[in-house]
Design a protein around this ligand. Structure first.
Ligand SMILES: Cc1cc2nc3c(=O)[nH]c(=O)nc-3n(C[C@H](O)[C@H](O)[C@H](O)COP(=O)(O)OP(=O)(O)OC[C@H]3O[C@@H](n4cnc5c(N)ncnc54)[C@H](O)[C@@H]3O)c2cc1C
Length: 260
């Protein structure tokens, strides 16, 4: 995805790099003059690494004391993956101003969070910001990350069916939903997320105000830009007063049309 020409950008320096697990690398950025968090726990930025013009999206794991933390999944090949795998301390990178999507109703009695490794930073931050809400997590991750999530959550650890693959759609289709009205948040491989949105609309009948399901990455062969940039669809949808669910459904439809 190319950097949006209208997005505000902030330059930062990699102050530290830490390997959290086999597939997760923590990058700590400093600098970033003028950066401000939205305060919403699934907020994300578009990251541009040295020598590249394409961006990739990353969740703000934390922003405190002038340090911005990104936890980057490293997989087989990838533009940011390859950069994060090497010693990048001292590199200058660019991030855009953050956007966010998590918006539970004020009276949500529970949170149900489902995701793969790319969703872990957002799920950890959501749990940190909701320490008193009963929270259930289904995490499909290849590494032992038991201490990554706050202890108050009831976590089910799932193994990916194969490296780089996900079976989350099937998992969600078998969920026993908690009693009462809560909020369902989910992120992971895009085709799985499209299937889940259809399931929620058709089988579960969940109102769009009670869930947020986002495609975070797309299983393709090799490094590829996205066929459809969500930025313009997101901005047009917000300007028209549409809900996140409606906007992501429009994004799915555009993606499906581009696959034809
Ligand atoms: C709102 C949002 C927030 C996100 N937050 C995070 C985050 O906090 N941490 C994070 O690591 N990612 C996050 N992602 C996902 C990340 O942007 C993608 O995984 C991205 O494609 C990785 O870029 P890359 O340059 O490493 O690989 P690319 O060059 O984009 O892709 C190279 C190849 O790798 C495959 N691939 C891409 N991602 C994965 C993956 N996760 N697992 C297996 N194969 C993959 C592709 O299908 C392709 O074949 C987020 C995405 C969104 C939309």
């Amino acid at each position: 995805m190319n950097a949006r020409p209208d997005a505000r950008a902030f330059e930062g320096t990699v102050a530290r790099r830490e390997r959290l697990s086999d597939h997760l690398v923590r990058i700590v950025l400093t600098g970033l003059d003028g950066f401000a968090s939205t305060g919403t726990p699934d907020e994300w930025v578009a990251l541009t690494v040295p020598g590249q013009f394409q961006t990739r999206y990353y969740t703000v794991r934390s922003w405190a004391d002038g340090e911005l933390v990104l936890d980057v999944v490293v997989h087989d090949v990838g533009l940011v993956t390859e950069w994060a795998m090497r010693d990048c301390v001292g590199d200058t990178v660019t991030i855009t101003e953050p956007k966010a999507s998590f918006a539970p109703p004020a009276d949500a009695a529970w949170l149900l969070l489902v995701g793969d490794l790319t969703a872990m930073p957002a799920m950890a931050r959501i749990l940190e910001t909701h320490p008193h809400t009963p929270s259930y997590v289904m995490a499909e991750v290849p590494d032992d990350l038991t201490s990554y999530l706050p202890a108050h959550a009831d976590v089910t650890w799932l193994e990916p069916p194969a490296p780089g693959q996900s079976a989350l759609a099937q998992v969600v289709e078998g969920i026993e939903w908690p009693e009462g009205d809560g909020y369902f948040w989910m992120a992971g491989e895009s085709a799985q997320m499209r299937a889940i949105r259809k399931h929620l609309m058709r089988e579960v009948g969940l109102p769009t105000s009670h869930y947020d399901v986002m495609g975070y990455w797309r299983a393709t062969i090799g490094r590829q830009p996205r066929a459809v940039d969500p930025g313009p669809i997101w901005r047009a949808g917000k300007a028209a007063g549409k809900s996140d669910g409606q906007i992501w459904a429009e994004y799915d439809a555009a993606r499906e049309a581009s696959d034809d």
